[in-house]
Design a binder for this molecule. Structure first.
Ligand SMILES: NC(=O)c1ccc[n+]([C@@H]2O[C@H](COP(=O)([O-])OP(=O)(O)OC[C@H]3O[C@@H](n4cnc5c(N)ncnc54)[C@H](OP(=O)(O)O)[C@@H]3O)[C@@H](O)[C@H]2O)c1
Length: 314
């Protein structure tokens, strides 16, 4: 099979295409023909030698988001049948080898792709959707009527979070550049803030929850708009335990969570059910054949993608 191999940590052009043996599924595992592998910022951070790089040995195959058909099953893997279309976030934060024509996955981390969801959309979904779900429902304990501010609302996690927050009947405010405001309105956002023109912390009334896909100064400034007793859920792990954020949060009576997304097969089922019902749509901004992995990484690294970028290995 063809795979995009990373022989060394480095720039987006560090990838090389290689022909390698198709892996075999062990007990409880499935062999998946990868139709779409979604990209996430942790992919390029890991490629640079940051992110989850310490868990990889070189040469490595990157990627965690997989959608595809079951080609084979290991002993005791009975949840699905050959040919079923499944999707999930595989083995995160350990290696999952998604940037290849075939990958071996744990069946308990995967679920069936709804018939109305195309492969590219399915591959774009798992990590971002699991993150948005865990942030809003587990950490922020979102409830109807709350006010929620979502940073980077047009991005991979953000555009899903806007939809989940609206499904929960919260009042949603999203930050994005002005060109993305019509899109955020389409997703159901009640208010949009152009972070380039306005200081978000004074542009709207106080909120109960901030979902922060930016970190750093954005996390710190977010504490000025959260009500006492509210919560800041911050995603970029490089800013974890920032002492300035912790000190200001204490002063303001705000809870701060730096989360790290966890695999969860049963949650993938809930996400799939929303997609089947047409309530959650994941946007694929661009898709690339596997051999154009460098271009795909360069696009994602621009940090201005609306929705998601995927690789199509087959
Ligand atoms: N800890 C975890 O478990 C976890 C899980 C998932 C993601 N993450 C992290 O969360 C971050 C976001 O991930 P993602 O997949 O959503 O990223 P992404 O898709 O690359 O985000 C792109 C979006 O960011 C927006 N943006 C850029 N600068 C902005 C600013 N200053 N203010 C507001 N929006 C801005 C862009 O909108 P415009 O084009 O309009 O500027 C674009 O739509 C990354 O650092 C990622 O590593 C962490």
């Amino acid at each position: 099979m063809e795979a995009a191999i990373l022989p060394r940590f480095g720039d987006a052009d560090a990838f090389e295409m290689a022909t390698i043996p198709i892996p075999r599924p062990a007990a409880g595992q499935l062999l998946v023909k990868v139709q779409a592998a979604g990209l996430n910022p942790v992919d390029y951070k890991t490629r640079m030698g940051k992110g989850q790089a310490a868990r990889f040995t070189l040469p490595a195959i990157l990627g965690w988001d997989i959608a595809g058909q079951i080609a084979d099953a290991g002993q005791g893997a009975h949840k699905f049948k050959p040919g079923d279309r499944i999707f999930g976030m595989s083995n995160f934060p350990g290696p999952a080898n998604a940037y290849a024509q075939f990958a071996v996955v744990q069946e308990n981390e995967f679920t069936l792709v709804p018939d109305n969801v195309p492969d590219d959309m399915a591959g774009a979904t798992p990590l971002a959707a699991l993150t948005a779900w865990e942030a809003l429902y587990d950490h922020a304990e979102l409830k109807a009527g709350m006010r929620v501010l979502i940073h980077a609302a047009a991005g991979g996690v953000g555009h899903i979070a806007v939809q989940l927050a609206r499904i929960t009947e919260t009042y949603v405010i999203g930050t994005a550049s002005a060109q993305n405001h019509p899109y955020l309105k389409e997703l159901g956002a009640n208010e949009c803030i152009d972070y380039r023109e306005q200081r978000f912390e004074t542009a709207t009334a106080p909120v109960d929850v901030v979902l922060d896909g930016m970190g750093g100064e954005t996390a710190l400034r977010s504490l000025d708009i959260i009500k006492p007793g509210g919560v800041l859920v911050s995603l970029p792990s490089m800013f974890k335990d920032d002492p300035d954020v912790l000190a200001r949060a204490k002063e303001k009576g705000v809870r701060v969570v730096w989360m790290s997304v966890r695999p969860a097969g049963e949650r993938m089922e809930q996400i799939a059910a929303l997609m089947a019902a047409g309530k959650l749509k994941v946007k694929v901004a661009a898709s690339f054949p596997l051999k154009e992995v460098t271009k795909a990484h360069q696009l994602l690294e621009s940090h201005h993608v609306q929705g998601k970028v995927v690789l199509l290995p087959n």
